[in-house]
Ligand binder design. Structure first.
Ligand code: FES
Length: 227
């Protein structure tokens, strides 16, 4: 019978090395020491005393809008109103269109006109040029310029050659070729404009200077151009 192998005891395994202590494993004694050093001092933001919250003002408690909101709205309204006023003023000072016809203009040479009422300048300049051989006031032959504005309420009369009169379409006032009113509500004659002769011989009409019969102004030498 074979001998059973001898079992020898395993050699002693070397002793496992000792594990070094880590900082995490710092003995509580050290932490206690550190705590003792900082005792009575503030070390973190969390530890600082928090500022007290501002007490709300009564005006700020509106359920719809706070005081700042109302102030902003008021300033916005004020600014908008000021801008509107400035825009209106600018518009008044600088109108887009100037439609007024010129007040002074030439109408041609005396030989360009026949006797009676000439309507060529009514639409553009608002006057009739009349040539007569015996003027109502001046008792002379020549020209005058009648302004085509009714003296009742300002409508534009029409020249009716068949009836030898000016007739206002608005309320029926009638005027003689001289400009004298004779029917309807017009309270006074038509007005005449300044009429003179230029150096070149042409007739110049100036509507900026007007002459009224009821004021005795039709005797003014510039209210009638003698030829
Ligand atoms: S405006 Fe001419 S009669 Fe009234």
């Amino acid at each position: 019978m074979a001998d059973e192998p001898k079992i020898t005891p395993a050699a002693d395994t070397p002793a496992s090395p000792t594990v070094a202590a880590t900082p995490a494993a710092k003995p509580p004694a050290a932490a206690a020491t550190s705590g003792a050093k900082l005792a009575g001092r503030t070390t973190t933001a969390a530890a600082r005393p928090r500022p007290k919250a501002k007490a709300k003002v009564d005006d700020d408690t509106s359920p719809l809008m706070g005081r700042r909101g109302w102030m902003g709205l008021a300033w916005g309204s004020f600014t908008a109103a000021s801008a509107g006023c400035l825009a209106a003023t600018g518009r008044f000072m600088f109108p887009n269109v100037l439609n007024e016809p010129p007040q002074q203009f030439t109408v041609g040479f005396p030989e360009d006109f026949g006797q009676g009422v000439d309507e060529r300048f009514k639409v553009q300049f608002g006057v009739w040029i009349i040539r007569t051989d015996n003027d109502y006031t001046q008792e002379a032959s020549g020209f005058y310029a009648l302004i085509s504005v009714c003296t009742h309420l300002g409508c534009t009369p029409n020249w009716l050659s068949s009836e030898n009169k000016f007739k206002c379409p608005c309320h029926g006032s009638g005027f003689r070729p001289s400009g004298i009113n004779f029917e309807g509500p017009a309270p006074r004659p038509l007005e005449r404009a300044r009429i003179v002769r230029q150096e070149d011989g042409q007739i110049l009409v100036d509507k900026s200077q007007k002459f009224q019969e009821e004021l005795g102004q039709w005797t003014d030498p510039e209210s009638f151009l003698q030829i």
